[in-house]
Design a protein around this ligand. Structure first.
Ligand SMILES: CC(C)(COP(=O)(O)OP(=O)(O)OC[C@H]1O[C@@H](n2cnc3c(N)ncnc32)[C@H](O)[C@@H]1OP(=O)(O)O)[C@@H](O)C(=O)NCCC(=O)NCCS
Length: 150
């Protein structure tokens, strides 16, 4: 069933205020330790999220990032609720994030995916990212790095 949803932009203070909601969502889409999420977000330059909300205002999609290298927006994490996948929500969130980053004056975007994450690799390439490197640090999951000029 196609879902009705809308995309909103949350600025840094809004992300911090909603840190628990974001962490609860991430627990489902990217199982990991998301405790003290507000702390992990605080102090990040240009912290910004694009969220997809369903008709009841529930969070069903997220794309969140911040400025790590000057002038480049780092798209740090994201995901779509399992029951809402396959309907273009991740693609729509990326489009919104990239348009926002360009408008905000960033010269480029960077992101990274774990090497086996085929869906995100396809999405990133479709959204205009190019592979810029690989991070194969011993003891860590291998990551593919991407960059997109705006
Ligand atoms: C990856 C993820 C965000 C995709 O969300 P989605 O809303 O289902 O994606 P979309 O519907 O926008 O898909 C857009 C395109 O991406 C590709 N794609 C999406 N899911 C895919 C999959 N499982 N396998 C292969 N390609 C896939 C397709 O090309 C798709 O276009 P198409 O439907 O025209 O074929 C979602 O599966 C997810 O949340 N996964 C777990 C969390 C995660 O991996 N987050 C990223 C790590 S930071």
């Amino acid at each position: 069933m196609m879902r009705v949803y809308q995309i909103e932009h949350w600025d840094g203070p809004r992300c911090l205020a909603q840190a628990e909601v974001l962490a609860a969502f991430l627990e489902v889409v990217l199982p990991d330790d998301w405790s003290n999420f507000a702390e992990k977000l605080s102090g990040r330059r240009s912290l910004s999220a694009h969220v997809a909300l369903d008709g009841q205002g529930r969070l069903i999609g997220l794309k969140l990032g911040y400025e790590r290298n000057r002038g480049v927006f780092n798209s740090w994490m994201g995901g779509v609720a399992p029951e809402a996948r396959g309907q273009g929500i991740a693609g729509a969130l990326m489009d919104a994030q990239h348009a926002w980053a360009k408008e905000a004056g960033f010269r480029g975007l960077e992101t990274a995916t774990r090497q086996p994450n085929r869906a995100m690799a396809i999405l990133n390439l479709k959204a205009g990212y190019l592979i810029s490197g690989m991070d194969a640090t011993a003891g860590e999951p291998t990551k593919i790095l991407y960059y997109k000029s705006l």
